[in-house]
Design a binder for this molecule. Sequence first.
Ligand SMILES: NC(=O)c1ccc[n+]([C@@H]2O[C@H](COP(=O)([O-])OP(=O)(O)OC[C@H]3O[C@@H](n4cnc5c(N)ncnc54)[C@H](OP(=O)(O)O)[C@@H]3O)[C@@H](O)[C@H]2O)c1
Length: 269
Amino acid sequence: MAKHIPRIGLGTFRLKGQDVIDSIGSALELGYRHIDTAQMYGNETEVGQAIRESGIPRKDIFLTTKVWWDRLKGDDLIRSLEESLERLGVEQLDLALIHWPSPNDEVPMREYIGALNEAREKGLTRHIGVSNFTIAQIDEALSVPGGEHIITNQIEVHPYLANRTLVAHCQAKGMQVTGYMPLAVGKVMQEPILQEIADAHGVNPAQVALAWVAARDIVVIPSSTKRSHQQSNLAALDLELSRDEIARIDDLDSGERIANPDFAPKWDE
Ligand SMILES: NC(=O)c1ccc[n+]([C@@H]2O[C@H](COP(=O)([O-])OP(=O)(O)OC[C@H]3O[C@@H](n4cnc5c(N)ncnc54)[C@H](OP(=O)(O)O)[C@@H]3O)[C@@H](O)[C@H]2O)c1
């Protein structure tokens, strides 16, 4: 599997205005080189500002944005990415994702995957990918023209939602899986099993959760507004869990899904 996406990135969902500027500023100082945003987050302008203010060369930062599902029609998808580039103040994205599959297939997949690939061919983005796609949707996406360029499916993965069959399917197709909400939006901090394992290593439960996701060869994109959290999250990539610890965390999987809007696809079991 070709690995184009850095193993850890900073998520920016819910972060607005000065919060997102400060969060990205400290993350880049600490060594993060991968930022995850989306048109829907309403923070692309600030994300771009923070990247410029960091002084880090644009080419050293892996920047992802996502196209919202109301912009999936062919020409409009490309226009929406041009608008993203304008807001971000960059010439090219590293990765452009379809944020959610078109609800009820209102826009045919062939049309929006084709348009996404056209955006890549035009140089608007280096890579393309999808998010929140099910197994059947991954298979369909890979079968339409341009779909062979998809490098990732960004999906919810944390100790309460291991998402095993989907992860295995994507990885078998040669894609990198990107795991969002890897900390179950902070819930992992209250988990006694993770705390026990963390104590044994002298780390915190967030680091254990991130190390468990990363051990499955899944890219992690935790968000944090706090420098100390960002720093320990980054250090989590160096944490090695034993087979027994991994098995105990595997047992926490209850299929609990946090991101489940009414326009979500019919999820795999
Ligand atoms: N593709 C999609 O549909 C989709 C959906 C959801 C999310 N995402 C992406 O995935 C990213 C991550 O998801 P998320 O932000 O919802 O949830 P998350 O990363 O699982 O959790 C973020 C929460 O955890 C806290 N936290 C972070 N590090 C911590 C630490 N070391 N110790 C204690 N608490 C810690 C943060 O608080 P502090 O700020 O106080 O640290 C924040 O409240 C998003 O930002 C977004 O970029 C994508």
